[in-house]
Design a protein around this ligand. Structure first.
Ligand SMILES: [Zn+2]
Length: 319
């Protein structure tokens, strides 16, 4: 077909002449100057995983253990990131498997400021009604993962069963673990207890590598918190590991897995767990989804010198 004939073919003719109507959704996007909703779907065999952004935060060198500002800047620049403006993501994920709509982590709600708390609007953009969420899988009970489980003190997901590692439930429930802790950690603990209490009549815990839903198996990854857990999703030959908080500042911790974060309950164990899982996913060439890896947080991991580098997942054209 000649170009002139192609352009003359309806409905492209209107566009070519500059007279075509722009669909309403695209018009809104064009006029607000913002991004399209931060929602991205990815197929894992017959299971659909939807990546959802809650927003972002800056995590600077002062929050990390084992690196100074100069070392931080050097790794950021090596990773083509500006050390002053770098943003770590806060992501949540929805797994649709069988009849279940499973939310993995619930975002920050209003606990961490205006750059975060966007999960509800992105859930809505994905067409997911909070009342339709059947399970809420918590990777751990830190506020950037479960503050959004509450709305006005009540369960934000009124029909969801809360699923959490028994070790995390026990740790955060015992006030004596926090008797000498600072105000911030006390706040973390009281939020965790409020969440456990709001879901107390439909709380399920697991220990070890338990299957928590069809095709979804918990994987304890201790250190960041005692019961910090990933979730392995498997369907047919396809696999995706939601590894939660294995990294918080990816450009730094991929290159230097020995760097911990001040929020780690046991930084030494967190480093050891990070080393083990990085070795495993690099060897197995496994796709991972990270809570704090730049949205949508889907990457594969390659060895790179003494450390690792991330290779972003391809956009899923199959959906
Ligand atoms: Zn986190």
């Amino acid at each position: 077909m000649h170009r002139r004939q192609f352009l003359a073919t309806a409905p492209l003719a209107g566009l070519a002449a500059g007279t075509g109507a722009v669909p309403a959704l695209a018009q809104g996007f064009a006029t607000t100057g913002g991004q399209v909703p931060a929602v991205q779907r990815f197929a894992v065999g017959d299971i659909t995983v939807t990546c959802l952004s809650d927003g972002s935060l800056h995590i600077g060198p002062d929050a990390l253990i084992g690196i100074d500002a100069a070392g931080y800047s050097e790794l950021m620049e090596a990773g083509f990131r500006d050390p002053d403006t770098f943003r770590s993501a806060v992501n949540a994920f929805v797994i649709q498997t069988g009849d279940e709509t499973i939310l993995v982590d619930a975002g920050t709600a209003d606990a961490m400021g205006p750059d975060l708390g966007r999960l509800p609007e992105n859930l809505a953009a994905a067409g997911i009604d909070p009342r339709g969420v059947t399970k809420l899988l918590a990777t751990h009970l830190h506020p950037d993962h479960v503050a959004g489980a509450l709305k006005g003190g009540d369960a934000a997901f009124p029909n969801a069963e809360l699923v959490v590692n028994e070790t995390d439930r026990t740790f955060w429930s015992d006030e004596s673990n926090f008797s000498g802790a600072g105000e911030m950690v006390q706040g973390f603990a009281s939020l965790a207890r409020n969440v456990l209490s709001a879901y107390s009549d439909r709380l399920t815990t697991f220990s070890g590598e338990d299957e928590v839903a069809p095709g979804v198996t918990a994987m304890p990854l201790p250190g960041h918190t005692p019961g910090h857990s990933g979730y392995m999703i498997a369907s047919g030959d396809a696999q995706l590991l939601i590894w939660a908080d294995i990294v918080h500042v990816a450009p730094v911790q991929m290159a230097r897995p020995d760097i911990a974060i001040g929020f780690d309950v046991d930084p030494g164990q967190a480093v050891e767990t990070r080393r083990q899982i990085l070795d495993r996913v690099a060897t197995d060439r496994m796709m991972v989804a990270g809570s704090h890896i730049g949205f949508p947080g889907l990457v594969q991991i390659a060895r790179d010198g003494d450390g690792y580098r991330m290779v972003p997942a391809q956009w899923d054209y199959s959906l």
